[in-house]
Design a protein around this ligand. Structure first.
Ligand code: XMP
Length: 310
């Protein structure tokens, strides 16, 4: 694949589709939406506005970090506080597909529609990649960002058209495009983070308290495993509880799973052979979190497991 040609073609395509109209895009700070942001700004300049939607499901310090990195690249990112909207939409939901559906609806029918209307934009640029489309169409799971491919007409449903410049690439291809666009390694080599964010790592109901637990565990896992070079690593909060002992007393506590995988493009994955020393040290730190009394290491490859837990 000639990636430089791909870049030129996508910029030309965005320009010709958007014409004299305006577009918006949402930047999560992951490599896919980062690449779309840069392609979009090269194609449209000021006719593209880029938003970081704080959906209450992001990792520690993420909103501030993303705004800072892009301001260094000369791209203004506007913060949108949609925390209560997402928490409200997720309240009481435990079924994984219902949670994904609620997140999709809140993004597309709620937040994006409002942003598009307020600015008179007609287009949303989107970081959908080929793997997202394939797995949704195969019925494995509904990726949060798949619309047209499952029969949803965004213009009719939400009032704007969706452009997907990366839909022919997989993760490794997107990273190569990111490098050629001159993005810093902190973005091009960033581990994948799903659109449903920490909600994909909470089995059962998503509440502020449960988000806080998985957010803190995620920060510990990311810091401890960043030197491993693994494809993706994160923490998961299970719905089950288990008996433990804290300060000499019985505690029916929370269970955190550590997941760390090797993969090229997330279609298949194997489990990283972490050393016992590293796993023990990691477990000890996670067990300091309030209410967490067990830590497990997930030994399941993909397939049969998916990478995320919902
Ligand atoms: P799964 O869990 O489907 O994950 O095996 C494969 C890769 O995709 C990421 N992932 C998502 N990315 N929206 C996204 O943008 C989603 O809804 C979504 N679900 C999973 C996941 O982190 C992994 O890298």
């Amino acid at each position: 694949m000639d990636y430089d040609l791909f870049i030129q073609e996508q910029i030309a395509e965005i320009r010709s589709r958007v014409g004299e109209e305006r577009a918006i895009n949402a930047l999560s700070g992951g490599v896919d939406s980062s690449v779309v942001t840069v392609l979009g700004h090269r194609a449209l300049g000021d006719r593209l506005r880029t938003f970081f939607v704080d959906n209450a499901l992001m990792r520690e310090g993420e909103p501030e970090q993303v705004v800072k990195v892009f301001s260094g690249l000369g791209i203004r990112v506007e913060l949108v506080d949609a925390r209560s909207q997402f928490l409200e939409a997720l309240r009481g939901l435990t079924d994984p597909e219902a949670k994904r559906q609620a997140i999709t609806e809140t993004f597309y029918r709620g937040v994006f529609r409002r942003l598009v209307c307020e600015w008179g934009a007609k287009f949303l640029l989107h970081g959908t990649i080929l793997t997202d489309i394939e797995e949704t169409v195969a019925g494995i799971k509904r990726q949060h960002n798949i619309l047209a491919q499952i029969g949803i007409d965004p213009e009719k449903e939400f009032g704007y058209q969706v452009l997907e410049p990366l839909k022919t690439l997989r993760k490794d291809g997107v990273r190569e495009v990111a490098r050629r666009l001159g993005l810093p390694p902190s973005l091009t080599e960033r581990i994948p983070f799903p659109g449903p964010a920490l909600a994909a790592r909470i089995v059962g109901e998503v509440t502020e308290e449960r988000l806080e637990t998985v957010r803190r565990a995620t920060a510990i896992v990311e810091e401890a495993l960043q030197g491993t070079g693994a494809f993706q690593y994160f923490a998961v909060l299970l719905q089950d509880r288990a008996t433990g002992i804290r300060d000499g007393k019985r505690e029916f506590g929370q269970i955190i799973v550590i997941r760390c995988i090797e993969s090229r493009d997330a279609r298949v994955a194997s489990v990283t052979e972490l050393s016992w020393g590293l796993l023990h040290a990691l477990a000890a730190r996670i067990l300091e979190l309030p209410g967490v009394c067990r830590v497990l290491y997930d030994l399941t490859p993909k397939p049969p497991a998916t990478v995320e837990y919902i």
